[in-house]
Design a protein around this ligand. Structure first.
Ligand code: KG4
Ligand code: ZN
Length: 353
């Protein structure tokens, strides 16, 4: 980030694009005054995945308490805010609408500007907040439950998409494999934990797209290969804990390797010497360890935010919002929610006040 980038003062961020309701206060785009995340793991666990209708209902139940907690932990009132930032997309429509509607009402009541933030731009802002040494241009790898994408991040310009998944997102693959192995929800951390005691070479799963040129990803073939292997072994119920650990470790190794292959290729193609990894899957220990080792070996910088800033949170939304507000950008109270929005597009901008 260019050090000259102007930042708004105290910004309240609100994030509700999926199954977390989060609010946070950030000062000058960098200083985290508070961060509150209400997870819905217990709501969705019985279903093995996020149920959109239940997500929005729970968001509506907790939104004002979460925002109040963020303000009180920061020790400030509404009057001390310089602006309010909210995720307007992409995400689940019902979930987004709860955050957007609440943020609009709060901005109206406080008489402060409201700014819409792109969820993925938020994830990238988390990397810059966590690592002050991270300066554009750099390669941004976004790995979450809904996205797997590589971006070239520029100074004061929208990130440019270099490649993305053609089917499942990598986090989605972790979640589905967890379900196949009977490991519960949320799947990523559970697979990762099981993998720790397994042999990553036990099963030679395909390395998705490793031999294909280009910077796109694909995870559906790997997911199918895991499903076939699990069926061959008699399903999760018929597998020992050691077998489950071996399949989890072998899957994790294949999933991580395909991220690494693409990331290195993109660094080379774009002549970049630094990568920042963001999104829920950036919390994965194997991905961190392998990318850091590759960086040390080959001389590129690797930046991972702490795990609390990798999974969905509102610090990243407040930080991205502070930059937008600092540039004089804001959105009117007619702001809507958008379930699908490519990075760099701002369909919300210019809505009448
Ligand atoms: O960014 P995020 O919180 O929500 C989305 O925007 O999607 O990412 C959630 C995803 C889930 O698929 C979850 O299983 C995955 O991140 N995840 C992990 C780990 N922690 C969370 N995947 C692998 N290893 C982890 N340690
Ligand atoms: Zn996310």
């Amino acid at each position: 980030m260019a050090s000259a980038t102007p930042m708004a003062g105290c910004v309240l961020g609100i994030e509700s694009s999926c199954d977390e309701m989060a609010a946070a206060v950030v000062r000058s785009g960098r200083e985290v005054l508070s961060s509150v995340v209400a997870s819905q793991d217990e709501v969705h666990a019985p279903y093995g995945g996020v149920v959109p209708e239940l997500a929005s209902r729970d968001h509506a139940r907790v939104v004002s308490g979460v925002a109040e907690a963020a303000l009180s932990q920061a020790g400030i009132g509404l009057a001390a805010l310089d602006g309010i930032a909210v995720t307007a997309g992409p995400g689940l429509m019902g979930s987004l609408l709860v955050g957007v509607s609440f943020a609009k009402a709060l901005a109206y009541r406080a008489g402060r500007p409201l700014v819409a933030v792109h969820h993925l731009a938020g994830h990238l802002a988390a990397a810059e907040l966590a690592d002050p040494g991270l300066e554009a241009p750099y390669l941004g790898l976004v790995v979450s439950g809904g996205h797997t994408a590589l971006y070239r991040v520029e100074v004061d310009a929208e990130p440019r998409l270099l490649g993305q998944t053609l089917d499942d997102a990598v986090g989605e693959a972790f979640d589905k494999v967890a379900k196949l192995l009977g490991l519960g929800f949320p799947g990523g951390p559970a697979v990762s934990r099981a993998a720790e005691s397994g042999d990553a070479e036990a099963v030679a799963f395909p390395r998705p797209m490793a031999r294909k040129a280009g910077l796109d990803f694909s995870y559906s073939g790997l997911k199918t290969a895991v499903a076939l292997e699990v069926r061959r072994r008699g399903d999760a119920a018929g597998m020992s804990a050691a077998d489950i650990a071996d399949v989890a470790a072998s899957f994790e190794a294949a999933a991580v390797e395909s991220l690494l292959v693409r990331a290195r290729r993109a660094l080379e193609a774009e002549s970049l010497d630094r990568i920042a990894v963001v999104g829920g899957v950036a919390a994965n220990r194997r991905l961190r360890a392998e990318l850091e080792a590759a960086g040390e070996r080959d001389g590129f910088g690797v930046s991972f935010p702490p795990a609390s800033l990798c999974t969905d949170n509102a610090v990243m939304i407040a930080a991205a919002g502070a930059r937008l507000l600092g540039r004089g950008e804001s959105d009117g109270l007619a702001l809507g929610a958008f379930s699908r929005v490519p990075v760099g597009e701002t369909p919300w901008r210019g809505a009448p006040a």
